[in-house]
Design a protein around this ligand. Structure first.
Ligand code: OGA
Ligand code: NI
Length: 371
């Protein structure tokens, strides 16, 4: 066991601490306790991890496979003609539910700065990160470890910085960490154009499906844009654990900077395919809510993140979300004779209550909302 001193808190890296239950109630006045828990739980705050604590070990049938199929996601160049792009996006969306986009209009500089500042955040001294740590899943801006899909006992090998961003960002950036110094400015410059790409993809998909192009404008995409910065430190036993378990996203559309260190895998015909790293590309996929809104024309596909032994990996997921109290159901235009609604209409709040109870697996969420 190694002991490091950060000011007044002795930080002890031990499997027992990492495996202690993550959601013990912590009275808000007990700042000291929460800081200690931050020190114990944040993977990125530990010195080197020599071995994998038991709570991170998955049952054998859920561990990463030794190999996976060599299938690549389509890479769509958004600077091509609109007809071609519309067709490509809809085809890839229907067929795989996952694709990559390049020449999307978010500058290489905005992406580079975002990736750099996010990686830098996780390299901050443990005590500075502890100041932003919270185990309150209702808190829009927070740093936490493992995952919110936690239903069982296993933990996942990742830390996550979650940021809620208004559109435009405006004052919402004051709720983000103020370290590293450039974080707020860099995230603002990244998230606004990235949301723009997501909205443009939704317009293209609408056109392709026969919905009015502005169908998703307004309340349906009126919630905060959520950014999850996922950080997966080098893992002592990548074959026994996962950085993120199989899940579908809960929102409408996700744009992911997957990092030059690969790790994302997508469900494909009962297997998992690796997503190759393409410079400056966004990996795009659809959340449950887009599947509901399109009556299943577009599907939310399960994906997961592997860890690796040598390198830390930091990915940035941008989620476009509806306003909280907005009902979401199959679009009328996509329902008709011989094509009944396949999902019930839910408010986003209700959806989230269920999602948090049943977990993020495709099957359980489908069961809860399918008619
Ligand atoms: C997510 C996600 C994958 C990755 O944040 O929802 O699926 O590669 N991330 O980090
Ligand atoms: Ni995801």
């Amino acid at each position: 066991m190694s002991v490091k001193h950060f000011g007044y808190i002795a930080f002890v890296s031990s499997p027992e601490l990492l495996c202690s239950p993550a959601h013990l109630p912590v009275p808000s006045s007990q700042d000291f306790q929460i800081k200690q828990r931050a020190m114990a739980n944040l993977l990125s705050s530990a010195p080197i991890h020599a071995s994998l604590p038991d709570c991170f070990v998955f049952p054998p049938d859920q561990r990463p496979p030794a190999s996976s199929q060599a299938v690549s996601l389509p890479v769509i160049d958004l600077s091509r003609g609109r007809d071609e792009v519309r067709r490509a996006v809809l085809d890839a969306g229907k067929e795989l539910g996952f694709f990559q986009v390049v020449n999307h209009g978010v500058s290489a500089e905005a992406i580079r700065d975002m990736e750099a500042v996010c990686a830098e955040f996780f390299r901050l001294p443990a005590e500075e990160k502890a100041a932003f740590y919270s185990e309150d899943t209702d808190k829009p801006n927070r740093l936490f470890s493992s995952t919110t899909y936690e239903l069982g006992d296993e933990k996942y090998w990742r830390d996550c910085l979650r940021l809620a961003c208004g559109s435009p960002v405006g004052d919402t950036k004051n709720n983000w960490p103020d370290k590293p110094k450039k974080l707020r400015e860099v995230v603002e410059k990244f998230v606004e154009p990235t949301r723009g790409v997501g909205m443009e993809l939704l317009r293209l998909l609408c056109e392709g499906m026969g919905l009015r192009p502005d169908y998703f404008e307004g309340d349906l995409t009126g919630g905060d844009v959520i950014i999850n910065v996922n950080h997966y430190p080098p893992c002592p036993a990548p074959g026994l654990t996962l950085g993120l378990p199989p899940h579908c996203d809960r929102n409408l559309i996700t744009l992911l900077l997957q990092s030059t260190v690969p790790g994302l895998q997508v469900s494909y015909k009962g297997d998992w395919i690796n997503v190759e790293s393409v410079p400056n590309a966004f990996v795009v996929n659809f959340g449950h809510l887009l599947e509901i809104a399109t009556n299943g024309v577009l599907k939310s596909i399960e994906h997961r993140a592997m860890t690796n032994a040598a390198l830390a990996r930091t990915s940035v997921a941008t989620f476009i979300m509806p306003a909280a109290d907005i009902p979401i159901g199959p679009a009328e235009e996509l329902v008709g004779e011989g094509n009944p609604p396949r999902y019930r209409t839910v408010t986003f709040d209700e959806f989230m209550r269920v999602y948090k109870t049943v977990g993020a697996r495709r099957e359980s969420v489908e069961k809860a909302f399918k008619l």
